[in-house]
Design a protein around this ligand. Structure first.
Ligand SMILES: CC(C)(COP(=O)(O)OP(=O)(O)OC[C@H]1O[C@@H](n2cnc3c(N)ncnc32)[C@H](O)[C@@H]1OP(=O)(O)O)[C@@H](O)C(=O)NCCC(=O)NCCS
Length: 126
């Protein structure tokens, strides 16, 4: 969570990318998934910017004081993360994740991941 006064400055994207980097490059996860309130546009935009895709909606799945809310399910696959890393490298993205990337991965992931993608958050890694 980013403090209210600091939101909208790119910190959420950066943290989410760092979490993805850790999940795919260090843990060797196959996919990372999360759930977010459908009305949370800022968070959804943040996750979309980091490579997550919408995978579905759980309609009126949670009850809040102001009523039932839809929950959006989002996920990103290791193969999609690797493709983003290739693209970022082609575009000359910054080295923000190099320190994490140098950690030994738990499982082998495509080489292309390890030196380009600048990072970002999520709920679970499989
Ligand atoms: C969700 C959260 C982590 C995102 O962090 P952040 O630092 O604000 O996000 P960023 O600045 O990196 O990116 C936000 C994205 O939303 C967009 N955005 C900013 N303000 C927005 C608004 N009021 N409405 C819609 N989109 C908005 C930004 O343009 C950016 O999209 P882009 O990458 O396409 O330009 C942060 O806002 C937060 O902690 N919110 C409260 C807790 C929360 O909602 N957690 C998520 C639970 S799933």
């Amino acid at each position: 969570m980013v403090r209210p006064g600091l939101r909208g400055r790119g910190l959420g994207r950066e943290v989410t990318r760092l979490v993805l980097s850790w999940a795919f490059e260090v843990l060797g996860a196959h996919r990372v998934q999360l759930e977010v309130l459908a009305g949370n546009r800022r968070a959804i935009n943040c996750y979309l910017a980091c490579g997550f895709r919408r995978e579905g909606v759980r309609r009126e799945a949670e009850l809040y004081p102001d009523g039932w809310k839809d929950i959006v399910m989002m996920g990103v696959l290791c193969s999609e993360y690797a493709a983003q890393a290739r693209m970022a490298r082609r575009l000359g993205a910054g080295p923000a994740l190099r320190s994490i990337s140098s950690a030994r991965p738990a499982r082998q992931v495509p080489d292309s991941i390890s030196d380009g993608f600048t990072a970002a958050g999520a709920a679970s890694a499989i």
